[in-house]
Design a protein around this ligand. Structure first.
Ligand SMILES: *Cc1c(COP(=O)(O)O)cnc(C)c1O
Length: 420
């Protein structure tokens, strides 16, 4: 159905006004944005910040090429996991010394979940959301098997299900702060308080929050946390994850992966493991220096950003997308799957559609990159650092065109790639 052209004109004028008034508008120039592309996938892999390539090149040619092993000291490679951790810590309300960077989110989850369970040795339940991201669910199941805990999977559609599980069996509750599919944002402070009231500890996964949604781990009293740095933090493909340990557990937390770099004095080559202070005990082995260098450079963009402005723009972008999707796309069978309530919304919007897979492929071919998530979701991430309101209008207009022209029915869009 062709939407009234006048309405599009009005919306485009409104978007131009919003873009002119946007206090974050200048940040877009600090990223490489491929020509003609509307990128709504920064929640899977963030855009490349300018300046990263030169820093990585320096690390390769000078630090590695010339400095060789001396660069562990002279270029600060050894302290990089804690230094970069502190930079991320500033964005998630974590004090210096309570965040380290290294390994993948999956590894960090295993390490923190076991450490959390060891804080509650007399308890039997490991509770998570049945719709949590697969790696979170798989790792939780393996941790439960390893430690002999009961894995409890809560139905996210039942508003009372969680409360019923927060009883005196609770050892650990682990949740994603923002649901990767529906974009639902949990009230971190309220959920943590409820779990603490039951006597348990909480491990938060910030994969879809860090860099996009305000997070204050100390104010929320979170015990442990992990998160990705290649999503909204723009650290690049395979950028290492971060792990947080609340200062009250700094001398107590007992992570299972006791690698030599988590030792308080690795080069003492002590036959016995003695954990490092604070979050550094989450360090395991030799850090991925080149990836950490890329991430460190990428974080420069966040140096003078007010997270409140990022949040305000994120909500305005998703509000506009939802408004336009409801006005122009419901007739083609789309359903908007994200809470309208700002308090419950992350920085993404999903649209449910029975042909979501080919629709997303056709949309990508038309220059609007979102992604597909099983079983029927077209997912769009909104990165306030680079997106313009005009991009939101264009994205919905292109999607409306893909539906109206039935371009998505082309058989090549039904072929599944390895990564969707
Ligand atoms: C993206 C994501 C991950 C990714 O884990 P990796 O080990 O980095 O592959 C984990 N958990 C959640 C909730 C995610 O969204």
């Amino acid at each position: 159905m062709r939407h009234d052209a006048r309405i599009w004109d009005e919306v485009r004028r409104r978007a131009r006004r919003l873009d002119r008034a946007d206090p974050l508008a200048g940040l877009r120039d600090r990223f490489v944005v491929p020509d003609g592309l509307i990128y709504l996938d920064g929640n899977s892999l963030g855009l490349l910040p300018r300046g990263v390539a030169a820093r990585v090149q320096h690390a390769v040619e000078v630090e590695w090429g010339q400095g060789l092993i001396g660069s562990w000291n002279t270029a600060g490679w050894f302290t990089q996991p804690a230094r970069v951790g502190d930079r991320i810590g500033r964005l998630i309300g974590a004090p210096p010394g309570s965040v380290v960077v290294g390994d993948s989110t999956s590894v960090q989850l295993f390490n923190t979940l076991v450490a959390a369970a060891r804080l509650r040795p007399d308890r039997s339940a490991l509770v998570t959301d049945a719709a949590n991201f697969p790696t979170d669910g798989y790792i939780a199941a393996s941790v439960a098997r390893t430690l002999g805990l009961n894995l409890v999977l809560v139905d996210p559609t039942d508003p009372f299900a969680m409360a019923r599980e927060l009883d005196d069996h609770l050892a650990v509750l682990t949740l994603s702060h923002v649901d990767y599919r529906t974009g639902v944002l949990h009230d971190m402070a309220a959920v943590t308080a409820a779990a603490h009231h039951a006597g348990g500890v909480v491990v938060w996964d910030l994969a879809h929050s860090a860099g996009a949604v305000p997070v204050d781990l100390i104010a929320a009293d979170a015990d442990l946390a992990v998160g990705c740095s290649y999503k909204y933090l723009n650290g690049g493909p395979g950028a290492p994850a971060f792990g947080f340990v609340h200062p009250r557990w700094h001398d107590v937390a007992d992570p299972p992966l006791t690698g030599w770099l988590g030792h308080e004095s690795p080069f003492a080559l002590d036959p016995e493991f003695r954990p490092a202070a604070g979050a550094s005990r989450l360090r395991i082995g030799t850090p991925p220096v080149l990836s950490l260098t890329a991430l460190d450079a990428a974080l420069d963009v966040f140096d003078d950003i007010d997270v409140a402005l990022v949040r305000a723009k994120s909500l305005a972008l998703t509000d506009l997308f939802i408004e336009l999707a409801e006005a122009t796309l419901t007739a083609s069978g789309f359903e908007v799957v994200v809470p309208r309530d700002h308090r419950l919304r992350g920085s993404q919007v999903c649209l449910r559609h029975p042909h979501a897979y080919p629709v997303v492929q056709a949309l990508i071919a038309a220059g609007v990159v979102g992604d597909y998530r099983e079983p029927d979701l077209a997912r769009f991430g909104f990165t306030p650092l680079t997106l313009r309101f005009g991009d939101v209008v264009d994205a919905v207009a292109v999607l409306e065109d893909v539906m109206r022209s039935e371009a998505w029915r082309d058989p090549r869009y039904a072929l599944r790639s390895e990564v969707t």
